[in-house]
Write a protein that binds this ligand. Sequence first.
Ligand code: TXA
Ligand code: MG
Length: 341
Amino acid sequence: METKVLKASENSIKKAAKMLREGEVVGIPTETVYGLGANALDVCAVRKIFEAKGRPMDNPLIIHIADKKDISKYAKNLPKTLDNIIDNFWPGPLTIVLEKTDLVPKEITGGLETVAIRMPENQVALDIIRQAGVPVAAPSANVSGKPSPTKAEHVKEDMDGKIYLIIDGGDCEVGVESTVIDLSTDKPAILRPGKITKEMLAPYVKIESVVENVEKSCTPKAPGMKYRHYAPKAKLLVYEGVKKDVINEINKDIKANAFKGIKLGVIIESEHKNSIDCENVYDIGSELDEDEVAKNLFATLRKLDEDEVDLAFITVFESRHIGKATMNRLLKAASYNVKKL
Ligand code: TXA
Ligand code: MG
């Protein structure tokens, strides 16, 4: 099968919508990361997503809608807080887990009685969903375990020969996946951190818990979070401490590894890149701009593989806002391999 990449346009959007209606899988841009979309109500189409990604069937998918009102088709027993939350954060990078209706096939929810729903903000995504006229199930469009795709070329890398069409809507603005909140119980929880933080949600819902590291708890609430994730082939080591000490330690470790025949890389903020004594320094963006760092994270991890880096040293990033989500993804990618100074 040949995989076409078409720039987003009236024509290509029409084509994508038609393919979705006909039960095919299409790579689509969203504001967070690229998704691998299929008609959520077509079980055969949904199975193709799992196949293309190599995703375990017990890891549920998010249903993407283009009209807030559609939520009541797929979710029931809606909590009172919901209207306010949707009014403030949809369309946008917030996924909400609710009790599912019978319309939602179990193939999407990994057998759970709950369903995750999101209305994306990206105009191309909204146009595709609207024109398809069906709800669109979409996980991130990477091969399971790899960093999520934030550019159409990342989707092509992972999905070449596995799907017919990718719509290129340019770089994803947010760069980390949506925040997932669980409103299906009376204890609202953040199951996956993202751009929408607990503090931003506070006026509308009291979040009782934030799942920071679901791998270490026995029964993961967001099943996807228990798998190895976001990881490049390179081994990653994260340095935690005062910046000056981190820089010294990284430079020391570069020297110590210099003649081992492995390729080293360093990921660091723009302000510090000139203090690092290594051939392959990756600028992740300004330490003053958490949004920029989030946007660049996955592309930078993919760049390590492209450059065949074997071992990469990385600083802890500022994490007051979206940085929490960035660090959550980075630590998973690094398998929690942290050097504390
Ligand atoms: O930003 C995003 O959310 C992107 C774009 C494409 O919309 N999608 C995305 O999907 O990240 P995916 O499949 O890679 O991640 C969905 C996460 C997984 O951790 C999954 O386990 C969790 O949401 N999830 C889905 N349905 C759930 C449910 N019913 N209960 C708990 N967690 C659920
Ligand atoms: Mg994913």
